[in-house]
Design a protein around this ligand. Sequence first.
Ligand code: SAM
Length: 280
Amino acid sequence: MDDTLHLHEKVKELLYSFTGITLTENKDIMISNRLHKLKRNASFHGSLDDLLEAIKEGNYKTEFINAFTTNKTHFFREEFHFADLKNRVLPELLKHNQDVKLYCSASSTGEEPYSMAMTILETQEELGKKINATIIATDIDTNVLQYAANGIYRFSKSSKEFPSWLKPQKYFKKRVEKNLASEEILIKVKPELQKMVTFQVMNLNDANYPFAKNQFDVVFCRNVLIYFSAIDQEKILFRLFRHLKIGGTLYIGHSESPGKLEAYVRRIGQNIFIKEKEVS
Ligand SMILES: C[S@@+](CC[C@H](N)C(=O)[O-])C[C@H]1O[C@@H](n2cnc3c(N)ncnc32)[C@H](O)[C@@H]1O
């Protein structure tokens, strides 16, 4: 086997064993770039093969995982899910005066759980009713979790990330920084939003999740299943599903599918599912 191919196979094996992520074909350039960057950042002086051996023995494991996750996200991505949360899920839950528990299972740099939190505060204002909401947000990548907890975001002034029904100025404070380009702003999430979200590290590939059965009213599992094989996607979805209440809502990403979970849910919108039955 040629050297590069051998190295890339090793990366794929290690990444799969640590995270469950399956790197598909045509990822050679990405693997090379990330591997070289990892070596530089770790100031590792041996060969790439030595580095992979060290990782296999448990050194640089976190750095390796962080290097090979893809963290693309933005505020109110697939906005219709947040509109559904505001217009259907929260008003319905409030009829029963419940505390609301939400889970964001691949939160990346935090834009998704903070979008959930903003949606809750908007709904609360609109309905004139207090919502006792807790949002748990997890990811396997410790760098993005740190970024999310800091809650500082760089924006282009012309950004159209926020929906028309929300004024972002309510939830962010502008920060001054010398090195900003003229079309950029730096914003920090206000404490009121920050305290609604708890960030913690978690691997979706673990056999068990640290949550109670039927704990959540809402589960977001968006744009993460695509990194797993079909078999592993199914395992993750079924595992997550146990923690969703009957009648609770599951949101998955636009290019993801519920697979065999379809038998236990009712589809009510674009990748929006209501849990109807318990899985065995
Ligand atoms: C493309 S981002 C999606 C972020 C957000 N959910 C969205 O839809 O915009 C995928 C995230 O999944 C995380 N991830 C990948 N494998 C994971 C695993 N095994 N356990 C937990 N998170 C994982 C990555 O670190 C990354 O932050």
